[in-house]
Design a protein around this ligand. Structure first.
Ligand code: FES
Ligand SMILES: [Fe+2]
Length: 388
């Protein structure tokens, strides 16, 4: 294994360095991370309001898994592998849409109910012993937290409550379930997924990269929670007179119902590992889901959500918040891409962390430990061909 300090257990921040190059540049290592992390943990897939009616669906790709997230006739959120049980064809090629009461394979018309059970398999009636009940769609575990849909591709998912680790209690006052999306932007980054989390987890770059953000929230006003096994987060203060993060720091929207006057003075930034960023402002919620596509490419779905009482006002205009974050996002994405390029290049050597970068070391440890744990469970049946 590596001799680099941050791949050791119980490393102090003062002796930690960034991870070796292969963590950001090796396709083989990337595959290992996907299997140990993304195909094993709860991932935020989207919002329940995205699929309000039975049969509404959207699709998410995780590694080589293609997953349909839909709502059944009873209103339950369901997720299935987008793979027909006959000869394996993708059931839908669209990224979202509505099934008309049934999910029908486009190839030979095997037809499934919205709960995944097989309703009809043409030409199979004469096959001896064939029984529809034996061929439901392969289900993917789902859970819902305050309007956020999570999926888990593991055969034995960790309990969802363990994954949330109390965040549901902490953020209950925001009543996120009530909020409605008004804008979605999809960004395609040429950067490893970890670099995007690292960028999100420190604000030392804020005065240099984000002059607008710095004007409204001082970069040293932040206060991180101690890192947790499944999340990294903290909050920052709004400067005096600033009401929210918008183009000019003002807002005509009422604060979200249920927030204390203290909660209205901060913006909360939480990364629920490994793919969900939650930014909570006094008057709106911003969500990001990260979808690693390759070792150096990540797709990010970013959504702005507001309270319906505000949305229905004739004067409602979310552009001040959309523009603020679109500008800020693009500044972050550019830096993440530059980091990817530098780390992938010949001159890269791991560098030291400052004492305000403790969440980054926590992320490194999270990745190293998850992959090691997975490797140990494979040890008896797999040859480890991922050595340095
Ligand atoms: S592959 Fe789906 S019905 Fe044949
Ligand atoms: Fe940033």
């Amino acid at each position: 294994m590596s001799v680099y300090a941050n791949t050791r257990r119980a490393i102090a921040l003062s002796e930690a360095t960034t991870l070796p190059q292969r963590y950001y540049a090796s396709p083989k290592w990337f595959q290992r991370e996907l299997e140990a992390i993304h195909l094993n943990m709860w991932l935020c897939a989207g919002r329940t309001r995205h699929i309000p009616h039975a049969g509404d669906y959207f699709v998410r790709q995780v590694g080589n898994a293609n997953v349909i997230i839909t709502r059944d006739e009873q209103g339950e959120i369901r997720a299935f592998h987008n793979v027909c049980r006959h000869r394996g064809t993708l059931l839908t090629n669209a990224s979202e849409g509505r099934f008309n009461g049934r999910i029908q394979c486009p190839y030979h018309a095997w037809t499934y109910r919205l709960d995944g059970t097989l309703a009809n398999a043409p030409h199979m009636e004469k096959v001896e012993g064939f029984c529809e009940a034996d061929y439901p769609l392969n289900a993917v575990a789902t859970a819902v937290w305050d309007g956020h849909i999570f999926i888990n591709l593991s055969a034995r998912p960790a309990p969802f409550a363990q994954h949330l680790a109390g965040l549901d209690e902490k953020f209950r006052p925001w009543r996120m379930q009530e909020l409605q999306m008004v804008e979605r932007r999809v960004y395609h980054l040429r950067a490893n997924w970890k670099l995007i989390i690292q960028n999100y987890s420190e604000c030392l770059h804020c005065p240099i990269v984000h002059p607008l953000l710095q004007k409204q929230s001082h970069y040293m006003s932040g206060e991180n929670e101690p890192p947790r096994p499944t999340y990294l987060g903290g909050r920052m203060d709004l400067r005096d007179g600033v009401k929210s993060l918008t183009m000019d720091g003002s807002t005509s929207r009422c604060p979200l119902r249920g927030l204390s006057s203290e909660e209205q003075r901060h913006v909360y930034y939480y990364c629920l590992l490994p793919n969900f960023f939650l930014n909570l402002h006094p008057d709106y919620m911003l969500t990001f889901t990260l979808w690693p596509r390759s070792v150096d490419q990540t797709e990010i779905i970013c959504e702005w959500h507001f309270h319906p009482d505000e949305i229905c006002k004739p004067s409602f205009n979310p552009q001040d918040a959309i523009e603020f974050w679109d500008i800020t996002n693009k500044q972050d994405w550019e830096l993440s891409e530059l980091a990817q390029q530098g780390i992938s290049s010949k001159g890269y050597q791991p560098g030291p962390y400052s004492n305000r970068e403790e969440l980054l070391l926590a992320l490194d440890r999270f990745v190293v430990e998850r992959v090691e744990r997975k490797t140990r469970t494979w040890a008896n049946t797999h040859v480890d061909n991922f050595a340095d």
